[in-house]
Write a protein that binds this ligand. Structure first.
Ligand SMILES: [Zn+2]
Ligand SMILES: [Zn+2]
Length: 841
């Protein structure tokens, strides 16, 4: 007797399967994208729909961690799905390679950062390849490559031409530990985003990009971003911080000092005036006065305290009198000018009119320094001359306010603004919390800012054809308040491109967030030497259809990238105004209740897991952990569970006979065969479920569990020996191959191997299955999900699904979770088979 022919080895061993398919995909160029811009080639634009699937590029600081695996696996699922539904897919990968980690390693070891980065990139690339991501490796870029930063510099010069890059003196955030300035967005609660040191304010001349010119458009265009998480949009809106008010001019002699106020109606109550210690007018006002020394001493002390300390509402309101006054434009009164560190250069104009009767902090200052307090708004039942006990900020009628007396606040606001405008003393205006983006860094490992300082000509741009300005070699990478490249005389001392006289190169390098503000464009032209990218190809691929990354970038990278794209749009370089059509922000992975870190010893290494379980198991597990947007807790047993599932699937397929993939039976042909009907019906329901979960709901854990149910059903029939007829054997084969086909985006290697065993070929290009509606009848119904009565999403459920189950599923939907956004659900309206409405406060 001979054993029956087997279509697979008995045991599933992931290592040979994974290396086999990785080699095949590479050989066949399976994931290569067209069109890309290449030297000397005209791009051919496909007529097919396109899908640009992008994950935030990694920082090559060492190796990838488990969070990266989750991020890239999500993107990979979308990319595979879009490919198999007929789209031209672009799924590139690169490295955000400038910046502090490589540089700090260089300072420690003396090894040049470029070499550290090359080694780290090689390591990460190898890790990514072992995980089998369907990346177009031809488009790989590294932002520290001269071929790349040449164009970062070129784009900087376009900003300069358009008046959007400028050098000016300002109070800036200084990290004493990293010895460099930081952008406002890189200061988190008064601390350096990178190292956690308390940030100081310093008065320095630095390069800025004028993102504030785009504040309103960054707000307005959010209307287009319907597929962004509400949380991210809210964070951006708050960061931009639009407020309506008036700009009012106060004069002190020849010096005009504007303020921005949201309460011009209280102008008659402005009894003193305060400047931030860094305000440029301070020095001019006090020059030669007896108060000069005291004011300078106060400003120096303020520079040593952090912005967080200074912003603390509870802090004692210190200050010094300047010896000067300004004229209140409505009363004509001379009011004293003080300097105090609770006024930040960062907000408004760095000067305020103090209205102690109606502002808490101004009142605290007035009490501390014995300054007059005047009531100018009286609520119902309060007399105009009643003394102010606490700052009153509610509604009421104007008092002690000349021509405004008797008006309500909104009317007074309009009247005083008109009055000021008629006299050229002020105007209605809009204020923003957003500040210009400080891009200078006094560090080595970044793109040099491509300008030259000439004593005769001023700031002269490096001519385009002399780019890139290459980072010079230095002996010591340690920052000492200026970039280490300033120590290389050959680099610094140059001839002025304009007059030929002796001049000096700029030695600041650019913030690495400049590099990452346009990398998604360069992917389309990774090695083009004539331009950063070509408009035709960019216009084909953009906007990015799906962007995936961490929410921590909400007011950093995601804001900068939007700004860059708008500027490039205005310069005619790209058609889109927004780079990312859909954004998904994934949750974090914790272990033992904490963020994974080497110091806590709770890190799981992707390589070890690939070694032990296989890449496919790891990919499955990181998506099976729970809703992709939520934080999740790592479980070793969970990984083992996914491996056991793949073993089960392997055995199921291995038990089938050799042959070609089964053709789907018709519904009618199975009417009298309940076992076969059950299998095919389940297969069809699984197709519908997985398709919806990937394409609409971003719900990968439920997609995986649906495939597992299908596999379990097949396994049950095999082990119980219930399948006897030919029709039943076909149904089982069909169910198994459907499971394999649907599992492919998540676990591509083992799926490809099993597909081949089932008589198929190249599953990566096999059309995505479509469910036959004949089998779906009454299998699922669509329930609408509302928040506060507004339609937010739909979900497919079995008829008669219970209230608790409906509620649980509804709340797990990413769109619903983001609509609720942490607020309290006060009522749940559930109409089974029809609707779920969550009422939130
Ligand atoms: Zn720092
Ligand atoms: Zn010159």
């Amino acid at each position: 007797m001979t054993a029956p022919a087997r279509i697979l080895p008995e045991r599933y061993d992931p290592a040979p399967v994974e290396s086999k398919w990785q080699a095949i995909w590479e050989r066949d160029g399976a994931f290569r994208a067209e069109p890309l811009s290449r030297d000397g080639e005209r791009p051919v634009l496909p007529a097919r729909p396109k899908a640009y699937v992008l994950e935030m590029l990694p920082y090559p600081s060492g190796e990838i961690h488990i969070g990266h695996v989750k991020n890239y696996t999500m993107g990979d699922v979308i990319a595979h799905y879009r490919r198999r539904t007929g789209a031209a897919v672009f799924h590139p990968m690169g490295y955000d390679a400038f910046g502090l980690p490589a540089e700090n390693a260089a300072i420690r070891t003396g090894e040049p950062p470029a070499r550290v980065i090359d080694r780290n990139i090689a390591r990460i690339r190898d890790q990514l390849k072992r995980l089998g991501f369907s990346v177009d490796w031809d488009s790989e870029i590294a932002t520290s490559d001269p071929e790349y930063y040449r164009w970062t510099q070129w784009l900087f010069l376009r900003f300069l031409e358009r008046g959007l890059a400028e050098r000016r003196e300002a109070a800036v955030n200084w990290c004493p530990n990293d010895q460099t300035v930081l952008a406002n967005e890189q200061v988190i609660d008064g601390r350096c985003e990178r190292c956690g040191a308390e940030v100081e304010l310093r008065q320095l001349t630095q390069w800025f990009l004028r993102i504030t010119d785009y504040a309103q458009r960054l707000l307005d265009d959010m209307d287009e971003l319907v597929d962004w998480p509400e949380r991210v949009l809210t964070m951006q809106r708050n960061w931009i911080g639009r407020s309506e008010g008036a700009r009012v001019a106060f004069r002190s002699g020849d010096e005009e000092i504007p303020v921005f106020t949201t309460r011009p109606d209280t102008l008659f109550g402005a009894t003193f005036f305060i400047l931030a210690p860094e305000h440029p007018a301070v020095g001019r006002l006090v020059a030669g006065l007896p108060q000069e020394a005291a004011v300078r001493e106060y400003a120096a002390a303020a520079a040593r305290s952090s912005a967080a300390e200074r912003g603390d509402a509870e802090r004692a309101k210190t200050g010094v009198f300047t010896g000067r006054s300004v004229v209140n434009p409505v009363t004509g009164e001379e009011i004293p000018v003080w300097v105090s560190d609770y006024v930040l250069m960062d907000y408004g104009t760095g000067a305020i009119m103090a209205v102690p009767g109606h502002d808490e902090r101004d009142l605290a200052f007035a009490r501390a320094h014995d300054l007059p307090v005047r009531r100018v708004i009286a609520p119902e039942g309060v007399a105009a001359d009643e003394p102010v006990e606490e700052a009153y900020v509610g509604p009421g009628k104007l008092v002690n306010s000349g021509f405004l007396d008797g008006m309500e606040v909104p009317e007074a606001t309009r009247a005083v603004t008109e009055w000021l405008a008629e006299r050229g003393l002020g105007e209605r205006t809009v204020g923003y919390r957003l500040r210009d983006w400080l891009i200078s860094r006094q560090r080595y490992w970044g793109a040099p800012i491509p300008v030259i300082h000439c004593p005769a000509c001023g700031v002269v741009p490096v001519p385009d054809d002399e780019l890139p300005v290459l980072l010079p070699e230095v002996d010591d990478y340690a920052p000492r308040g200026q970039s280490p490249i300033a120590t290389n005389a050959e680099f610094v001392e140059v001839a002025c491109p304009s007059c030929g006289g002796p001049a000096r190169r700029e030695t600041d390098t650019m913030d690495t967030f400049v590099d990452s503000s346009w990398y998604f464009l360069r992917y389309t032209a990774p090695h083009l030497s004539s331009a950063p990218f070509e408009r035709e190809v960019v216009d084909y691929w953009f906007p990015v259809d799906q962007y995936i990354g961490g929410v921590e970038h909400a007011v950093l990278h995601l804001l900068y990238a939007r700004f860059f794209t708008k500027v490039l749009h205005d310069a005619g370089l790209v058609a889109v105004r927004e780079p990312f059509a859909r954004l998904f922000t994934q949750g974090m992975i914790y272990r033992d209740g904490a963020k994974m870190s080497k110091s806590k010893g709770n890190v799981v290494a992707p390589d070890d897991l690939v070694e032990r379980f296989g890449a496919d198991t790891l990919r499955l597990y990181v998506l099976f952990m729970g809703p992709a947007a939520d934080d999740a807790e790592w479980s070793d047993r969970g990984v083992e569970g996914q491996r056991r599932f793949l073993d089960r699937l392997w055995r199921l397929v291995g038990a089938l006979e050799p042959g070609a993939p089964a053709v789907r039976p018709t519904r009618e042909s199975l009417e009298d065969d309940p076992a076969a009907l059950e299998l095919v019906r389940k297969a069809e329901a699984t197709v519908a479920k997985v398709t919806g979960d990937i394409a609409e709901r971003f719900s990968f854990h439920t997609a995986i569990s649906a495939v597992q149910e299908l596999v379990n059903l097949g396994t049950k029939h095999v082990s119980e020996g219930t399948l006897e007829t030919e029709r039943e054997r076909v149904a089982l084969r069909y169910a198994a191959q459907t499971a394999v086909s649907l599992l492919f985006p998540f676990a591509p290697h083992v799926s490809s191997e099993l597909w081949e065993a089932l008589g198929g070929a190249d599953l990566w290009r096999e059309p995505w299955p479509e469910a036959d509606p004949a089998f779906l009848e009454r299998d699922t119904i669509t329930v609408v999900v509302q928040v506060n009565g507004k339609l937010r999403d739909r979900m497919d459920v079995a008829p008669g699904t219970g209230r608790e189950e409906l509620l649980g599923q509804a709340r797990a939907l990413p769109k619903i979770a983001s609509a609720i956004d942490g607020r309290e659900v006060v009522r749940e309206v559930i109409v089974p088979d029809r609707l779920v409405n969550l009422v939130i406060r």
